[in-house]
Design a protein around this ligand. Structure first.
Ligand SMILES: Nc1ncnc2c1ncn2[C@@H]1O[C@H](COP(=O)(O)OP(=O)(O)OP(=O)(O)O)[C@@H](O)[C@H]1O
Length: 473
């Protein structure tokens, strides 16, 4: 087998020649024996999965010289990739029905030990424990903050870090016109929850060991974040994956007391809400970015690195206000997808062409429709047969010096949006005002319930860094 130097995470001679005096004496006694070199490498094992592999090089005559040659190169690679040497790890004991603690002991702790990454473990004792810790404690000695759990614990980590940065910079006001600041730390998530949408959208799998290997490798993905404000412009919360009104809001509210059921609660409540499908009178305003491209977000994504998508300067705000589009009517669902929202139920994602770092969200508006029509939309969302390779061809950059490219194949369609009642817009910001029964408003913000009658949302391009590897095609 061949290994890239960049994927080797640790090397040591055995017996360990850097050990204690006693060990060294023992080694001298073993002079006749040849030493062996042990390496730990990250290897991709098909699809999107990664594993740690121990490699033993035996029968070496001069192990110490080889190790002396290898060590500075491994250190240089670790520096180049900003590999974490010290992590702060929050373990949520209630995640995934208590599986997070077991997963941490079985996979995370041994992997960190094997690769010589130091870690401080904190078992959360209540809701908001991780967030409060990040707001109050010294964090300088850590290279990354990791959560073992689901999307709920991840939400606590990015709220803690984003709000901590504002505190450290002395920013007290937090309104729709205030800037957002990038936190100093990268976040890692080891999936152990009932919904692991974010890690699945980044890595293309919710496999825990893959996530651990990416953290140790120091691979990072720049992610958009949305900030959510009340209709008076006051900050309410951050959003990273789904923000939904109507059907998904009601699913979040009704499944809240059924947490003990695990992911099955979403199927049960989803079916019940479908039978009682309601529409809502809404006014929706949005600032549309240039048309949606049919390209999957991959490593070195040309859409996410395009300068055309840089956030608008403050002086352009007035112009933006003039470009706002407003629609009113009855809707059964209004959903903002900041990322593809992949999961075991929807491998390509609910919105396969949503990008992780383009500064935009895909706003999906589902107008009043029959239950059968909405069911068709939901079914297609979970079984979208996107042709990924075609999508990649459409995304490549154009170089004038090259002969003209062959005619582009027809853009892949997203059948879930090819319905009369469904519209999708790629937007930088939007607001929704509930016109009927505002007191009964309910939103689903990354699985948490919000009860505002009006919300304003702004997307911040690549505000956060997460450990992860991005899908490849
Ligand atoms: N010790 C604790 N007791 C109760 N709740 C906790 C504790 N520690 C963390 N929490 C809360 O548990 C919630 C769910 O966490 P998480 O998302 O990690 O697990 P989950 O099983 O995937 O849940 P979800 O169904 O929300 O995805 C989070 O909102 C977090 O604040």
């Amino acid at each position: 087998a061949q290994y890239q130097l960049d994927d080797i995470l640790h090397a040591q001679a055995t017996p360990d020649i850097s050990g204690s005096q006693k060990q060294q004496q023992k080694q001298q006694q073993q002079q006749q024996q040849k030493q062996q070199l042990e390496l730990v490498a990250a290897v991709q094992t098909g699809d999107c999965r990664w594993r740690l592999q121990q490699i033993q090089l035996t029968g070496l005559s001069d192990c110490s010289s080889l190790l002396a040659l290898l060590t500075p190169q491994l250190e240089a690679a670790a520096g180049r990739h900003r590999r974490p040497r010290s992590l702060l790890v929050f373990v949520n004991p209630v995640s995934g029905g208590g599986g997070a603690v077991r997963l941490c002991d079985r996979l995370l702790r041994p992997a960190l030990r094997q690769c010589r990454v130091a870690a401080r473990f904190v078992h959360t004792e209540r809701r908001h424990h991780a967030k409060d810790f990040l707001l109050q404690e010294k964090l300088q000695s850590f290279d990354g903050i990791v959560g073992v759990g689901g999307d709920g614990i991840l939400s606590e980590l990015f709220h803690g870090l984003l709000l901590r940065k504002r505190l450290d910079e002395g920013l007290t006001a937090h309104t729709v016109d205030d800037p957002e600041l990038r936190p100093d730390h990268t976040i890692g998530i080891v999936p152990a929850g009932s919904t692991d949408t974010v890690v699945h959208s980044i890595n293309g799998t919710s496999d825990a060991l893959t996530a651990i290997v990416q953290i140790i490798l120091g691979r990072r993905v720049a992610m958009d974040m949305a900030s959510v404000y009340s209709d008076s412009g006051q900050f309410l919360t951050y959003n990273i994956s789904l923000l939904g009104y109507g059907y998904f809001g009601e699913v979040a509210r009704s499944s809240e007391p059924l947490r003990w059921m695990g992911p099955a609660r979403y199927d049960l409540v989803g079916a019940h809400r479908l039978l009682n499908l309601r529409s809502h009178a809404l006014e929706i305003s949005f600032l549309e970015a240039d048309g949606r491209c049919h390209a999957v977000c991959t490593r070195d994504c040309s859409v996410c690195s395009s300068d055309a998508l840089a956030e608008c300067a403050p002086e352009a705000k007035e112009q933006q206000r003039r470009q706002l589009r407003t629609v009113t009517g009855r809707f059964v669902a209004v959903n903002s997808f900041l990322m593809p929202c992949r999961s075991t139920k929807s491998a390509a994602g609910a919105v396969p062409f949503a990008h992780l770092g383009d500064g935009c969200t895909d706003l999906v508006l589902v107008r009043d429709c029959s239950k059968a029509e909405f069911l068709r939309h939901l079914y297609r969302v979970s079984s979208c047969p996107v042709r990924l390779s075609t999508a990649a061809a459409g995304a490549s950059a154009i170089d004038d010096s090259l002969p003209p490219p062959p005619p582009t194949p027809p853009a892949p369609v997203e059948p879930q949006f090819q319905l009369d009642c469904v519209q999708v817009h790629r937007v930088r910001q939007f607001s929704v005002r509930v016109l009927d029964n505002p007191a009964g408003s309910v939103w689903n913000c990354d699985g948490e319930v919000l009860r505002q009658a009006g919300l304003a949302v702004r997307v911040h391009r690549q505000l956060l860094q997460l450990f992860g590897c991005h899908v490849t095609l």
